[in-house]
Design a protein around this ligand. Structure first.
Ligand code: C5P
Length: 402
């Protein structure tokens, strides 16, 4: 419930993507938001107001002259009750009107009268999106501090392919959640690793581990929500990339090492969450090993590079954060690892408590000592961890010379 108690006015304008706004109301409600829907006249040609009323549990506002408003000021009433105004879908015409400060119907008047953030999820034919007039309006809206979500590219309702599709409701909800997060990492670039690595033995087999990637992905999401530009170098996992995060998929430790080192110097923060295999197979068999032909194999292993230590060793490198999954002696092992890798912060968790699940128990170790975090969901822990990183980095924390 990441939108608990948040009051969101959802404006629906005229476009076929209006049918997706119905799902959006449901998803926002599931996150605890109170959703008030207002529609333009054109929107009602695509979806009936009753659908939105049933899903939001509130009567839908349709025009300025709503007889239910004793003071005839529906626009003021709507804008006063909003913590955020979201227009999804936002048609080309609606964007043009608000880019020019027009106030000739309920939604545009409410947008002009609001005192809270405004997000638009454009949806239109690709030619309309690419049209210089629309692009002019987009630039103007951005200048005015209005958030634009998408549009996505792909197949459109009109049969054409290109930019102009409304983002999926799930992505819009992610952006709405992010809008309420303080931008403590604005302007910072965060490079991360997550998930396991897979060290091939032959064409179909390999050595890997049980890391689910959930903690790393939660952290990437929290950093993105805090305003960072996030690049996530991920081993093989079964989860999709968080909204707004640039994910690069790799398989082996060597691939992960190369992907990280190519980007590390330009990053402000590096967080190594991946469970990188310590060893790889010295010689990978090109074909599948056959039991009858090859017999039991003897697998020679060679050591993988320590990615985190390599980044920490860069002159003028990023602020480095490591993870330590331990099964015993948490404090002693974690602090020793922090010093050995020469990093200001290490995040320790007992393997028994965190692997694979949605919650975890983390203990942070830095130069000041130990900071246990209360057991919580990985999403909540990720937010707390970002907060700690921002604080430490702000203090110019580094590893004490030992
Ligand atoms: O040494 P150990 O594997 O326990 O350290 C864990 C930390 O180091 C994690 O942050 C992990 O992502 C990172 N690591 C790495 N490259 C390796 C091994 C670990 O970046 N080869």
């Amino acid at each position: 419930m990441e939108l608990n108690g948040k009051r969101i006015v959802l404006g629906v304008t005229g476009g076929i993507a209006a049918y997706k706004a119905a799902e959006l109301v449901r998803l926002l409600g599931k996150q605890g938001a109170e959703v008030q829907v207002a529609m333009t006249a054109a929107a009602t040609h695509f979806v009936g107001a009753t659908t939105f009323q049933a899903l939001s549990g509130r009567p839908v506002y349709l025009d300025q002259w709503d007889a239910r408003m004793p003071n005839a000021m529906a626009h003021i009433d709507l804008s006063r009750q909003a913590d955020l105004v979201l227009i999804a879908p936002a048609s080309a015409d609606f964007m043009a009107r608000i880019a020019n400060g027009m106030a000739d119907d309920l939604l545009s008047t409410m947008v002009l009268a609001r005192d809270c953030p405004l997000l638009l999820a454009p949806a239109m034919n690709r030619q309309m999106w690419e049209n210089p007039a629309t692009q002019r309006n987009v630039a103007r809206l951005r200048d005015d501090g209005i958030g634009l979500l998408g549009p996505a590219s792909g197949e459109q309702a009109c049969g054409e392919v290109g930019a102009g599709r409304m983002l999926e409701p799930e992505e819009i909800v992610e952006a709405v959640i992010a809008a309420f997060v303080p931008k403590s990492l604005r302007g910072q670039s965060v490079l991360m690793t997550a998930g396991p690595t897979f060290e091939a033995i032959d064409a179909v087999r390999g050595i890997t581990n049980l890391s689910s990637g959930k903690m790393g992905y939660a952290l990437a999401r929290a950093a993105q929500q805090a305003g960072a530009q996030v690049t996530l170098i991920s081993g093989p996992v079964g989860i999709s990339a968080p909204y707004g995060v640039d994910r690069i998929q790799v398989r082996s430790a060597l691939e992960m090492h190369a992907a990280v080192m190519a980007r590390a110097a330009a990053a402000d923060i590096f967080i190594g969450v991946a469970a990188v295999a310590d060893y790889r197979v010295a010689e990978i068999a090109e074909h599948k090993l056959k039991k009858d032909v090859d017999g039991p194999p003897t697998i020679e292993l060679v050591e993988n590079p320590d990615i985190l230590a390599a980044v920490a060793a860069l002159a003028d490198g990023p602020f480095c954060v490591g993870f330590a999954a331990e099964s015993q002696h948490l404090e002693a092992y974690a602090q020793a690892k922090r010093k050995k890798k020469n990093i200001p912060l290490i995040v320790a968790n007992l393997i028994q408590e965190g692997f694979g699940g949605d919650s975890n128990r983390l203990v942070l170790f830095d130069e000041q000592g130990m900071h246990p975090l209360a057991p919580a969901s990985k999403a909540q822990l990720a937010t707390q961890l970002i907060h700690h990183i921002v604080t430490l980095k702000g203090q110019g924390a580094c590893i004490a010379s030992t």
